[in-house]
Each structure stands twice: as structure tokens, then as C-alpha cells.
Design a protein around this ligand. Structure first.
Ligand code: F6R
Length: 245
């Protein structure tokens, strides 16, 4: 657990944790798991600066999204494929054709189940995720694994909680435009990444961070599964760390 004085320093330390995790990868191309949302944006910009300084190169890296909304029209600016193209590919030089995102445009439950299974298969084909970047929801969610998610869950369709839809309405014109469902890597999927790097800043995350790190391991706080992983780096600013004892 690395506590920094401010969000910028938090992002820098998270970027170092990502780079050191990727440096000891398996024999294939590096695989970087990508969260969306506001928490990791500073981390992605810090990785971009490392590229500019010649300290990093994502030319052979595969990017694997954590989750995707279901039912947004293709090319919607808030669909996570578009967000990751903008905020990651454009910033760190990851090739768009090396970006994997669950297919949230699949229509109907059978097609969505098939898209989820295909996503798991693609991650396995890539040799698994080397470093998974994560944010945490104010309700303790990880990816879109809302409270109550099975601790061993795999990629699947989930209904977004009312709280998460409200939290994410800021990215849309209004609450009615926020999708009701998503495809998300499961908690079991996330735990298979070789390193987890969680970024949380601001006092709105303090309770969730404290519950995840110091509370019991429970499906009521999905991010508490971090306690189960042998190589988790939690990068916090002082505000997000305020609830830790
Ligand atoms: C995003 C994701 C979510 C966010 C979480 C925090 O891919 O899976 O779990 O990480 O909702 O969002 P922000 O960072 O916007 O507070």
C-alpha cells in the first residue's frame, strides 16, 4: 500500500508499479489490463511520459479491457473501446488492433454469454494478464462486479447498480442514457492477473478503500478480493487513505 501526498504522485507511483510488473513478464508479448473511469487517467498519462522519455515502449503490448457497457451504439464516445482508444492507445502508443474489449454490442443473452466466453478465451490465448490496472467504486465494486458478486466469478453480463449508474451519469447527458448492463471480467478472472495495481484518490473512496483493505474478505465488498492476491499494489492519495487505521 503506497500512500502519496496527492493524485499526481499517486499516478507516478502506480505507473512505476505497472512498468516493474510488465518488466518481468512471461515469454509472450506483455499483456496490460486496462480499467476505465477517472482513477487511472493520471497513471496512463504518467506511462505516456515514460514512453516520451524512452523508459517504456508499448509497441508489442496487448491491452485488455476490464469491462464494457452493453447496448451502446458502436463508436459511442463513452463506450469503453472508444474511451480506451482515446485515453490509452493515443497516450501510451498501444496499437488499436492490440486492444481487446468485450463485445457489448452482442444482442440477446445467448450472444452476450458467447461474447463473455470468447473474451475469457482471448485472455487465455494471450497467456493471461501480466498487470491489471484497477479502480474501485464508492460501493467497493471492482470492474463492474457489484456487491454480491461471486468471489470466483468469470467474465459475464451484469446489471449495473443504481449507485454505479448515478456515479457514471456524469459521463452521459443524463441518467436515462446510462446503460443498465455491462460485460465485466469476473473477480476470479481479475485475480488471475499476475499483478494488480489499484489506484484510488479523493475522500469519496476512503470508506470503500478501508473496507476493501482492512475489512473482512466478503462478496459485499468485491474489492476485498485484493487481499487474496499475492502481488497487489494499492496506490492511494492521503484523502483515499484516510479511513485506514
Ligand atoms: C472501470 C471500472 C470501474 C471503475 C470504478 C471507479 O473500467 O471497471 O470499476 O474503476 O467505477 O471509477 P472512477 O475511477 O471513475 O471513480
Amino acid at each position: 500500500i503506497l500512500v502519496s501526498p496527492d493524485p499526481d504522485r499517486t499516478a507516478e507511483r502506480a505507473a512505476e508499479a505497472v512498468l516493474s510488473g510488465l518488466a518481468r513478464t512471461h515469454s509472450g508479448d506483455p499483456v496490460l489490463g486496462l480499467a476505465t473511469g477517472s482513477s487511472p487517467l493520471g497513471l496512463y498519462r504518467a506511462l505516456g511520459r515514460a514512453v516520451d522519455a524512452g523508459r517504456a515502449d508499448f509497441g508489442t503490448t496487448h491491452g485488455v479491457a476490464l469491462d464494457e457497457y452493453v447496448g451502446l451504439p458502436p463508436g459511442h464516445p463513452e463506450g469503453y473501446r472508444q474511451v480506451l482508444l482515446r485515453e490509452v492507445c493515443g497516450v501510451i502508443g498501444l496499437a488499436p488492433e492490440r486492444l481487446e474489449v468485450p463485445d457489448g454490442s452482442a444482442a440477446g443473452s445467448a450472444a452476450l454469454e458467447a461474447a463473455a466466453a470468447a473474451y475469457e478465451a482471448r485472455i487465455a490465448e494471450l497467456g493471461g494478464v501480466d498487470v491489471q490496472v484497477l479502480g474501485i467504486g464508492a460501493n467497493g465494486h471492482l470492474g463492474f462486479n457489484e456487491p454480491g458478486s461471486a468471489l470466483t466469478s468469470r467474465t459475464r453480463v451484469k446489471r449495473l447498480s443504481a449507485r454505479t449508474r448515478r456515479d457514471n451519469a456524469r459521463f452521459f447527458t443524463g441518467l436515462d442514457d446510462v446503460p443498465t448492463h455491462c460485460l465485466t471480467q469476473g473477480l476470479g478472472t481479475i485475480l488471475e492477473a499476475r499483478r494488480l495495481v489499484l489506484v484510488a484518490t479523493g475522500d469519496g473512496k476512503a470508506d470503500a478503500v478501508a473496507a476493501a483493505i482492512e475489512g473482512p474478505l466478503t462478496a459485499s465488498v468485491p474489492a476485498s478480493v485484493l487481499q487474496w492476491h499475492a502481488d497487489t499494489v494499492v496506490c492511494l492519495d492521503e484523502a483515499a487513505a484516510a479511513g485506514l487505521r
